[in-house]
Structure formats: structure tokens, C-alpha cells
Design a protein. Sequence first.
Length: 402
Amino acid sequence: MAAVATVIRLAGIAESVSDTRVPWTSPQFQVIVLSSLMGVMGVSLISPALPTVREALAITDGQAALLVTAFTVPGIVLAPLVGVFADRYGRRAVLVPCLIGYGVSGAAVALTTDFTVILGLRVLQGVAGSALVTLAVTLIGDLYDAGQRNHLMGVNGAAISVGTASYPLVGGALASVSWRAPFLLYIVGVPVGLVAYRSLDDGDGRAHGLDYFRNALAAVPTRRTAALYATYVAAFVVLYGTLITAVPFLLHEAYGLGSFGTGLVLTSASAMTAVTASQNGRLSGLASNDRLVALGFVGYGVGLVGAYFAGSPVAFAVAILAFGAGQGVVQPSIDTATSSLVSAEFRGGVMSFRTTAIRTGQTLGPPLATAADAVIGYRAFLLAVGVVALAAGAVAAVLVAE
């Protein structure tokens, strides 16, 4: 935890992260950050390794992309149940077994070469992983008041981005040794689960019976909630279709980059996400969460269009920084807006549907990218998505401003 805080400060974002409002020494906040870091490891660690896995197992691009899809699909169906269970039985009762199961099933992938078994293990890991970031964000809403919420959502988002900046680099380096090596790292989930068991309270369940569902539906502002969930889907279709899937294959095919070089490019984008997300508390004082999300989509578009025109890996990495900045604005802003929809009694359920929306986008993005490659190629796909994101974000920013 100290290492994460130090890296964030060294990134030049110390003022908003190192002040006394960030409870770095709190065991509960440490669990929040560690759980978030484990959750985003599920895909970002292996993304730069997909070409290596494809070659080692003699599979196609589409089959390699299934390593992402198999992880994300379970969350679409199971995330709402996770939230209900967390509201009913308490956060710790759900989070701890999910962390341990996530670590064991992820590491077990390294023990087999049977692609069917690998996909099955990724599904199990996705089941467990569907709870991690959801419950971390839920705990921020539970434990901290509205005055701190934007700030700590940004700090947690920055910490996540430190992880997502590091994971592609680490995953690419490990994949250069063996395709199995990145998967072994998932075993870290087991000790994190033990930390969560010691740090969280057991008796914080609130919801009971069918009244929970009736009262939750009555408490949720329907149109606002639907709009936020739809935005999650769109954001993660863009993220997983372009940066997570198309970019690694394009860098390998167009520039001959290996897993480590690809990891460096992805790391540059994630580092920019960390820098931007850490400033969410400050940015929220300048614009509403809704307008910040719209401007984040503009960042997506600028980055993807710039990547289309890039003539070298260095130019590509520079262009994609704008994409990373967009993600750093979108994620904490929409998380804060969603966590503020309802009281703590129903927050677990509402935030779990956030995971369903995210996993829907994560699931749709990779096959959309590989299908587009068969028709127009990965580079043209980046341009098409970039133009749509840029136009949609610009229009939304103007409408929200009015």
C-alpha cells in the first residue's frame, strides 16, 4: 500500500493524494485499494500477452480474445447477486471468498495447456472477480461522506491506474519468459483476502427478504440510473475494444512489437489515467460529473484518431495518452455519480449493476474489435471508434453545459 501511495506521489500528483483526507493508514481503505487493484488485474495483466498466448497454444486471434470474454461474461449475470448478498450478509462475507477464489482459479491457468480448461478457469475467476471493484467502490460510499467521496473515488481510481499502468508492463515481461508466468501472479489474491478478513467488520448486513427489492426499486431514480449504466457500457466497449484488444494486435502486426513493448505502450496510457484520476476531486469543483464524463469521451476520441495517424510506435504511445486522460476523467466521475444515487442500505445492489454494465461493455468490446479487423482492419477500427467517441462526447458536453 505504501508503494502505491509513493508511486502516485512520484507521478506528480501529490497534492491531492498525500493530504490528510486520504486515510492511507486505515485498514479499511487499504482493503478498498487492494481489492480494486486485484479486480483490474484480471484483464490488464494478460492483455499484452495475448499474442504470446495465441502462438504458444496455436489458437486464433478470436480464441485468444476469449480469454478476456470468459473473464468478463460472468459479471453480467452474477454482479447483481453479489451486490444483494453484500447488502444482505455484509461486505466481508462476500469479498473475502471472492478474493481467495480469484487468486486460486487465476493461478491454476498456468497448470494446463487445455484451452477448454483454461477458459473454464477464466470463467471461475471472472465469477469471483465480479465482486472486487464493485465492493471496493461500495465501501467508499459506505465509509466516507459526500465531501470525501469524489476525492477518494479519484484516489482509488488513481491507485487502480497505477496498477493498470504496471500490469501490462509486468505481464508483458513475464510473458516474454513464459505464457504461463502472468497467470501465476494472480495467486496474490489469497493474501489480500486474508487482509480483508482481518480488516473489515462482519456484521454490516442490512437488507432482508423481498422488501429489499421493492424498496430498492422505489429508491432508485430510474432514468438517471439507466443513463449512468448505459454510459458504463459505452465506455468499456470503447476501452476493451480498442486499448485492450485492438491495440496489442495492431502494435504487434504493424510495428513488430513484442509483449514487453506492447506493455510499455499500454503502461503510458494507464499512467496518464492515474495522473488524471487523482485530480477528480479538483475537477469536480470545476464541472459536474456529467460534463466531466462527456469530456472524457472527447479524450477517447482524440487519442484514437491520433493513434490512427501515428507513423511509429513512439507517436502511437504519445497519441494514446489522450485516451488515458479520458479514462481518468470518466471512471471516477461516473463512479461517484452512481454511488450517490441511493443510501448505504441499497448501495451494494446499485453498484453491482454498475459491474453488470461494465462487464457487458468488456464482453462486447473484444469480439467487436476482432470482427472489425476481419472487415476493415484494426487501424481503421480505431479511427471509426475515435470519431464516434469524439462526436458523442462533444455533443454531450455542450448539452450538459446548457
